[in-house]
Design a binder for this molecule. Structure first.
Ligand code: M6R
Length: 364
């Protein structure tokens, strides 16, 4: 049942902390505090390339995985949605890593992409919630996420569980490839272990998120902006808003604004920015100033330090906990999913069963 929540989506949003914690416990040895993964069918140190593919939200988790694996483990990654990957027929070297991400393990395009990667001689590693699925049966290694059953069509907790698995994979890869220090691994692991508590704080921020939802529930179109690893989080936010509130939303890499999308900006198209402090902060801030100068309404998710810098231009700021940069993708995902939920409530849509959508897309 819904355990007293109004919708399965609300219940599942509230399961983020537990799901992140239990997924971590699966991979972190409680005695040694080291991350342990199943044996891989390739040598991580000499691995030349990975290919990540998935659909929908699972694809956005995969995009975050690419940023992590490339930046932290220095592994070159090719990436595409599964519906393209299955027909793209790119050149492969034998023995690479095909990394698939799927909650259900039954998505038709992802399964077809898995088979084409396998036929091209790739080792198949799948990040799955359903470990008895078709994809599980056809994978060399299954990295299970412990998200539990997800009922709402809009994926929530499975997404943070996917990120938790991809984070563990990245740290082990980085360690094996010698691209990161053990101090860095410890820092990241501490941040991951601390993440459920930080996410629980965000789940208490409903009132502020409702205020933002009030603004966007009254418009026809919303732009989400993110730079670097926040770009796929922006894509996740835009997808979730479309799915359950039927408000048009698009996500852009912040730097792409002036190459076209800025033409859309006026006071009817709010801009939602995912803006943690860090090396890319000032760049994105100037994109927001440009949008503001064109009459755009600026809504921001940031941390305490970021809030100071952005308060002059933002109509509304939701101040999130300050965390290690490694865990900002799962952390910033939670409030954007909550925002979609609150907007859908205001629109009165069928949150758990949005029109035209199926939980698992098992036909092409
Ligand atoms: O079961 P999968 O993870 O393979 O599903 C992939 C997508 O169909 C899924 O994430 C979809 O985009 C969700 N409705 C997003 O909320």
């Amino acid at each position: 049942g819904k355990d007293g929540y109004r919708h399965y989506m609300e219940k599942e949003l509230h399961e983020h902390p537990v799901v992140i914690g239990q997924t971590l416990r699966r991979f972190v040895n409680p005695v040694t505090h080291k991350i342990e993964l199943p044996d891989m069918p390739f040598d991580m140190k000499s691995l030349k390339r990975g290919i990540i593919t998935a659909c929908g939200s699972a694809f956005y988790a995969g995009v975050i995985g690419r940023y992590w694996l490339e930046e932290i483990a220095r592994l070159p990654i090719d990436l595409d949605v599964a519906s393209e990957m299955r027909y793209r027929n790119p050149p492969f070297d034998e023995g690479g890593m095909g990394l698939l991400v799927s909650q259900s393990g039954e998505t038709a395009d992802t399964l077809a992409a898995l088979r084409s990667l396998r036929n091209a001689g790739q080792n198949i590693i799948s990040v799955l919630n359903n470990e008895h699925s078709s994809m599980a049966r056809e994978s060399d290694v299954v990295l299970g996420m412990d998200a539990g059953v997800e009922i709402a069509v809009a994926s929530t907790k499975a997404f943070t569980a996917q990120l938790t698995v991809l984070a563990c994979l990245t740290l082990v890869m980085g360690q094996e490839r010698g691209t990161i220090t053990s101090e860095y691994i410890d820092e990241c692991l501490t941040a991951l272990i601390d993440l459920p508590s930080r996410v629980a704080e965000i789940l208490q921020m409903q009132e502020q998120i409702q205020k933002m939802a009030h603004i966007i529930s009254q418009v026809q179109s919303v732009i989400y902006l993110g730079r670097g690893i926040m770009f796929p989080v922006a894509m996740e936010g835009a997808l979730k808003l479309k799915e359950i509130s039927y408000i048009h939303a698009d996500a852009y890499a912040a730097g792409e604004m002036k190459h076209g999308p800025i033409a859309l900006i006026d006071n009817t198209v709010p801009v939602i920015s995912l803006l943690p402090s860090g090396p890319l902060f000032e760049k994105t801030l100037s994109n927001l100033q440009e949008a503001k100068a064109r009459g755009g309404r600026i809504l921001v998710f940031t941390d305490v330090k970021g809030a100071e810098r952005v308060k002059g231009i933002a109509e509304q700021i939701v101040v999130l906990p300050t965390v290690h940069s490694f865990v900002t993708p799962p952390l910033y995902t939670v409030p954007v999913q909550m925002l979609a939920y609150e907007a859908a409530l205001l629109k009165g849509t069928d949150v758990d069963q949005p029109r035209n959508l199926a939980k698992s897309v098992t036909v092409e």
